[in-house]
Design a protein around this ligand. Structure first.
Ligand code: ZN
Length: 447
């Protein structure tokens, strides 16, 4: 399974200059190849990626400066153009009104340089090679010994180029993060891209492969109700567990809003405006990184702490997000944002899915409609406004936290839909032992 890790690099001013020189060559090649294609199309002809790639040696002969760029990086420029055209044509075929053909890239556009399979090398502080191409296993160097990296340790990544300056494009990366996220688990670093973000900083996107364990079914399940404020889980043994969402990104929000409002009152494109804009982007970046880290920790914690081989979650596309208090304006607002920002929940599910895959577990999404409205004991359905935190069933008198009820309903629904009756029996028996009303109707419908 391929994954990508973005890491910031801090080039010296000479390195930055060189990055721009190389990126400029990529940009020119892109525009050149684009013009060639446009020309051909307007004459009723087509030019393929293969044709353009085969022309590269000629181009380099004619304009030797293109040789400065590592050859596979040049190829990836043409590949990108090809991909952009493909997606344009496929949108057009589907009659998408937003379909626009690829555009020329302007002078101040930093062209992302992609090193695929080769042209980069990772070394440690003792110049031991850790990774240099795809056939190399990235973690062999360590063997069974886990290196002890501190927050300050670095490994180095260097990129090939043929610029006459001979300047080294070598950047320090945080060793601990790289080790934890990539070197410890990956068997291949497939690709590294160098790009610039809106905040002006330079980043690498490192794409690596993590081998997945085979799925082994052990007839144990974990059902989850994923929410904005907390996640609620129940396993087939009837254990209920809650995980509170602290949303560490919220901490920066007042400050971000403050800067945003100053920016709104500032003259557009003035010096101050640019400074504030840059500040704002940086702050937003930090905040979103923090949230991502938090989500990584939480999802790892969930996957590591269950023996279930199947994790069942609701299909989140239709989910209504819960707020904490009735009539609380502030929480209404943040709920709205939570709903709006469903990307947050979606990413949580995504993290959960790939962490599960890695260790040979499986995530299954089921239809979540009514899971918050149905009683987990008798199946009675009632409207449950978001502020109602407790599920009180008027029919069987079950009374419990609404999210716990949902989690149980999700589990029951999955087991029933798949006719896993032994599992269903096991689950309800275990829940009953925790003192919950399950599978028992004690009262008739009032009135
Ligand atoms: Zn009931």
């Amino acid at each position: 399974m391929y994954q990508t890790l973005p890491v910031r690099i801090i080039p010296t001013s000479q390195q930055e200059e060189l990055l721009w020189i190389l990126s400029e060559k990529c940009r020119l090649l892109y525009n050149f190849a684009l013009a060639e294609r446009k020309d051909a199309y307007s004459n009723g002809m087509k030019i393929s990626y293969i044709k353009q790639q085969n022309d590269l040696p000629n181009t380099k002969k004619q304009y030797p400066e293109y040789k400065w760029v590592y050859s596979k990086v040049l190829q990836s420029v043409l590949k990108r153009l090809d991909a952009n055209y493909k997606s344009f044509f496929s949108l057009k075929r589907n009659c998408d009104e937003n379909a626009r053909p690829p555009k020329y890239r302007g002078v101040d556009y930093f062209f992302t340089m992609t090193y695929n399979q080769s042209g980069f090398e990772i070394t440690d502080s003792k110049s031991n090679k850790i990774a240099y191409n795809s056939t190399d296993t990235t973690n062999y160097l360590y063997g069974a010994d886990k290196p002890e990296y501190t927050e300050d340790d670095e490994v180095f990544i260097s990129f090939s180029h043929n610029h006459p300056s001979g300047l080294e494009l070598k950047f320090g990366l945080p060793a601990k993060i790289l080790y934890d996220r990539i070197l410890r688990v990956a068997d291949e670093i497939a690709q590294v891209g160098i790009y610039q973000k809106k905040d002006g900083g330079y980043y690498l996107s490192i794409t690596y492969n993590v081998p997945c364990l085979d799925f082994k079914h052990n007839d144990k399940y974990l059902a989850m109700d994923i929410g904005v404020n907390k996640h609620t889980m129940v396993d087939s043994d009837g254990n209920l567990r809650e995980m509170i969402n602290k949303r560490p990104d919220k901490y920066r929000e007042p400050k971000i809003q403050q800067i945003q409002s100053r920016l709104d009152h500032c003259k557009r494109y003035s010096k101050k405006w640019y400074r504030l804009k840059r500040n704002l982007n940086r702050m937003k970046q930090k905040s979103s990184n923090q949230l991502k880290d938090f989500q990584h920790k939480k999802t790892r914690n969930i996957v590591d702490n269950t023996d279930a081989s199947v994790i069942i979650i609701g299909d989140l596309s239709a989910k209504q997000m819960a707020s904490s208090k009735k009539g609380d304006k502030k929480s209404d607002k943040s709920t709205h944002r939570g709903t709006h920002n469903s990307g947050y929940i979606g990413r949580f599910a995504q993290f959960l899915a790939y962490k599960s895959l890695r260790v040979g577990k499986r995530i299954i999404e089921i239809d979540e409609s009514y899971t918050s409205q149905d009683c987990c004991n008798c199946g009675y359905r009632q409207k449950m406004p978001l502020y109602e935190r407790n599920y009180n069933c008027p029919y069987c008198r079950q009374s419990m936290d609404r999210d716990k009820n949902s989690a149980i309903v999700i589990m029951e629904r999955y087991l029933r839909q798949n006719a896993l009756w032994t599992g269903y029996q096991h689950f309800t028996d275990n829940l009953r032992q925790t003192g919950l009303l399950i599978g028992m109707i004690t009262q008739s419908l009032p009135g």
